[in-house]
Ligand binder design. Structure first.
Ligand code: NAD
Ligand code: UDP
Length: 312
C-alpha cells in the first residue's frame, strides 16, 4: 500500500537518498528542508515525480500535514556547520523534535529520529553498545549537537511513554557517499575533494583517532528496516559499519585510490574530538536482520567517481 511519508532534512545528503528510495518503493514523499546544509539540486531529479513534494520550512516552527510516517533528519551534521550557529543547532534538534513529535501524536504517525554516535561523546568503552550512557562535555564545542541530539532522544522516549507515540531511535555512525556537499567539512568529502584538486590533505592531530565508515546505501537500508519493525521495538539501535580505521589510514587510502600527488599536512586537533569510535551492531543484526554490505574501498571508489563529476 502506498504510504505518505514526511522526510525532514530531505534535501540533505542522507535525506535525499532516503526520499529517492521511498519513492522507488512506491510511496508518496513530502520533503521538508530549510536548505541550511542541504540543497535543491540533491532532489531536483525527483521534482517531476507526481508523488514527490518539496517544502521549504524550518523544523523549529510547527508544521501540519497528514502523513503515515515521519523520518526526522533535519539538523546540520558536520562539525563546522553545526558549530557555525550553536544556539540554532540546539533549537533545531530540540524544537524540531518537539514539533515533529507533536505532529506525530496528533496525526498518529510513526516517527523515526536520526540520532547519532555523538550521544556517546568521546567514548570510554569500545566498541560502543546501546547500553553505554556516553561521555559528553556539556559545555564543549560539540555540545550543541551532542546534547541537542541527547535531549531529542529524551523527548522521543517520553512522547512514547506518556503519549503512546510510535517511535524509532537510530544512532547513526559516520556515513559517507555521493551528494555530500563539497564544502561539507566532514573527513571523507574533505579528503576526496583535496586529493582530486591536488591540494594538501588536512589531517587533524596525529591522525591516530579512529572512525568506522558506513556507505550511504547500507545506512538507508537500515533506516527503512528500522521504521518497518514492530511497534514494540523503539531502539535506540546503532547503525553503522564496524570496520574501524585511523584517520591517517583513511587519508593514505584516498591518496592511493585517487592516484593523487597530494601531501598530508598536520592541523590542530579540534577540542573534544572523539579518539575512537566503532559501533557494536549486534542489536541491528538481531532486530533489523541488517548488516552493511559495502566496505570502505568500494564505497570510496563510488564516492570518488561522484566527486570527479562535481569538483572542478
Ligand atoms: P546534511 O547536513 O547533508 O543534512 C541535514 C539536512 O537538514 C540539510 O538538508 C539541512 O538543510 C537540513 N536542516 C538543517 N537544519 C534545519 C532546520 N532547522 N529545518 C529544516 N531543515 C534543516 O547531513 P546528513 O549527513 O544528511 O545528516 C542527516 C541526519 O542524520 C542529521 O540529523 C544528522 O545529525 C544525522 N546523522 C548523520 C550522520 C552521518 O554520518 N551522515 C551521522 C550521525 C547522524
Ligand atoms: N578530520 C581530519 N581532517 C579533516 C576533517 C576531519 O583529520 O579535514 C578528522 C576529525 O578531526 C575527526 C575525524 O576526521 O577526528 C572525523 O571527522 P568528521 O568531521 O568527519 O566527523 P566526526 O568527528 O563528527 O565523527
Amino acid at each position: 500500500m502506498r504510504k505518505k511519508i514526511l522526510v525532514t532534512g530531505g534535501a540533505g545528503f542522507l535525506g535525499s537518498h532516503l526520499c529517492e528510495r521511498l519513492l522507488n518503493e512506491g510511496n508518496e514523499v513530502v520533503c521538508l528542508d530549510n536548505y541550511f546544509t542541504g540543497q535543491k539540486s540533491n532532489v531536483v531529479h525527483l521534482l517531476n515525480n507526481p508523488y514527490f513534494e518539496l517544502v521549504r520550512h524550518d523544523v523549529t516552527m510547527p508544521f501540519y500535514i497528514e502523513v503515515d510516517e515521519i523520518y526526522n533528519l533535519a539538523c546540520p551534521a558536520s562539525p563546522i556547520h553545526y558549530q557555525f550557529n550553536p544556539i540554532k543547532t540546539v533549537k533545531t534538534s530540540v524544537m524540531g523534535a518537539i514539533n515533529m513529535l507533536g505532529l506525530a501524536k496528533r496525526i498518529k504517525a510513526k516517527i523515526l529520529q536520526a540520532s547519532t554516535s555523538e550521544v556517546y561523546g568521546d567514548p570510554q568503552i569500545h566498541p560502543q553498545t546501546e547500553s553505554y550512557w556516553g561521555h559528553v562535555n556539556p559545555i564543549g564545542e560539540r555540545a550543541c549537537y551532542d546534547e541537542g541530539k541527547r535531549a531529542a532522544e529524551t523527548l522521543f522516549v517520553n512522547y512514547h511513554k506518556q503519549n503512546n507515540v510510535r517511535i524509532k531511535i537510530m544512532r547513526i555512525f559516520n556515513t559517507y557517499g555521493p551528494r555530500m556537499h563539497p564544502n561539507d567539512g566532514r573527513v571523507v568529502s574533505n579528503f576526496i575533494v583535496q586529493a582530486l584538486k591536488g591540494e594538501d590533505i588536512t589531517l587533524y592531530g596525529d591522525g591516530q583517532q579512529t572512525r568506522s565508515f558506513c556507505y550511504y546505501s547500507d545506512l538507508i537500508d537500515g533506516m527503512i528496516r528500522l521504521m518497518n519493525t514492530g511497534d514494540d521495538f523503539t531502539g535506540p539501535v546503532n547503525v553503522g559499519n564496524p570496520n574501524e580505521f585511523t584517520i591517517r589510514e583513511l587519508a593514505e587510502k584516498i591518496i592511493q585510490l585517487t592516484g593523487s600527488g597530494s601531501k598530508i599536512i598536520s592541523r590542530p586537533l579540534p577540542s573534544d574530538d572523539p579518539m575512537q569510535r566503532q559501533p557494536d551492531i549486534t542489536l541491528a543484526r538481531q532486530k533489523l536482520n541488517w548488516e552493511p554490505k559495502i566496505q570502505l574501498d568500494e564505497g570510496l571508489m563510488h564516492t570518488i567517481e561522484y566527486f570527479k563529476t562535481t569538483v572542478k
